[in-house]
Every structure is written in C-alpha cells, then in structure tokens.
Ligand binder design. Structure first.
Ligand SMILES: Nc1ncnc2c1ncn2[C@@H]1O[C@H](COP(=O)(O)OP(=O)(O)OP(=O)(O)O)[C@@H](O)[C@H]1O
Ligand SMILES: [Mg+2]
Length: 187
C-alpha cells in the first residue's frame, strides 16, 4: 500500500477571477508503513495535498495513486468509496457534527458498512478509553471543549482501522501530554 503522486496540480476556481494555484507539480512516493510529516508555511498547500491523498477531491492535473487505485480520474462515487475504505482523515477543522453525540460522531464511518449499533459501540469503547472521552460519550459534540473535539476527530479517523491515517494539524488543540499520546496511538 503506497501513495504515489506525479506532477500533481490543484487549481481552485479554475478560470475565474479568484483562481488560486494551490499545488504546482508535486511528486512524491510514500512507502507503506511509514510515517511522514509535511511542513510548510501557512497557505503553502498542505491541507490541499492531504485532501487529494485522502480522496476528498481529485487533482486538477497529474496522477495520484493511493493504495493501488488511480484516483486522479475517478467519478465522485468511486472516489467516495476509496475514501471510506482506505482513509482515516483528521481534518484541520475537525468536521465534527455538533448536534450528534460524541459516540455518534465517532461511529459515523461505520454506518455505510451496515454494522449493528451493539457492534458499533464495541468498536468505539476502546477508542473512547484511549482518548479519554468516556465521560463525554453521550454529550452533543457542540458542548465539549476544543481539545475534546479534536480527540473525537482522531477517534473517528481510527475507528475503521484504515490503511492510511491522514492528520491535518492533529495536535494543534491538545496539551503536551495528549499530543504525545496521539503520536503513540497513530504510530
Ligand atoms: N476551497 C478553496 N477555494 C479557493 N482557494 C482555496 C481553497 N482552499 C484553499 N485555498 C487556497 O489555496 C492555498 C493553499 O491552501 P491550504 O489550505 O492547502 O494551505 P495550508 O498549507 O494547509 O495552510 P495552513 O497552514 O494555514 O493550514 C491558499 O492560498 C488558500 O487560500
Ligand atoms: Mg492547512
């Protein structure tokens, strides 16, 4: 399971007055089992690159092969399937749904797989414990702290045990102890 990008470009709002070239000819190969850290100034395209690797949207041009799948030219519903099967994504802005409970948010990726509620809970329990969220399990996600929200996003990304875990600034809202714990869980 490798990640391979060749000459990947991403242009937002192509052909419009507000056009932005976020990525220009990025090529990289990431071997299975490795942990890679992407660094760069704000606005340099890190989140955009992760979104392409995470099958959120295809590149404007270039080739992207994720876990053997050429995703660069896939129709949307196939891209969605690749994302569900291969990617755990911790978004920079979390994308946690505030009206759902912590447990419901964490188990959301299991819904399309048709897993029964009892088994969803079984899968979630160890993650809730690992991330120190047991006492917030039935709270609406809109009523918890920033660091707790981030841990919900981490648990949700891990629940499917995906081959690829993509984390966009996953420790920005965590204290030092929790950050170290995250690095251990992710590693
Ligand atoms: N949906 C969008 N529409 C238009 N432009 C966008 C969009 N998303 C990002 N951009 C622009 O693309 C460029 C790269 O953005 P991106 O979010 O990938 O950067 P980043 O390296 O993750 O930044 P940060 O460190 O601040 O999170 C920026 O100039 C940004 O303004
Ligand atoms: Mg970013």
């Amino acid at each position: 399971m490798t990640i391979e990008l060749q000459e990947v470009c991403k242009v937002y709002n192509h052909g419009l007055a507000n056009e932005v070239t976020a990525l220009r000819a990025v090529s990289l190969t990431i071997a299975a089992g490795s942990m890679v850290c992407l660094r760069g100034p704000s606005g340099s395209g890190k989140s955009t690159l992760l979104a392409i690797i995470g099958c959120v949207f295809p590149p404007t041009s270039g080739r992207a092969v994720i876990g053997g799948q050429q995703i660069s030219r896939l129709p949307d519903h196939f891209l969605g399937r690749c994302r569900r099967e291969m990617i755990g994504f911790i978004f920079q802005r979390f994308n946690v749904l505030p009206q759902l409970t912590v447990l419901e948010n964490i188990t959301l990726p299991l819904l399309p797989l048709g897993i029964a509620p009892k088994h969803r809970l079984q899968r979630a329990m160890p993650l809730l414990a690992k991330l120190g969220l047991e006492h917030r399990r039935d709270f609406p996600a809109g009523q918890i702290s920033g660091g707790e929200l981030q841990r919900v996003a981490i648990a949700r990304a891990l629940i499917n045990d995906p081959p690829f875990l993509l984390a966009d600034e996953p420790t920005a809202h965590l204290d030092t102890q929790r950050s170290l714990e995250f690095m251990q869980i992710a590693g």
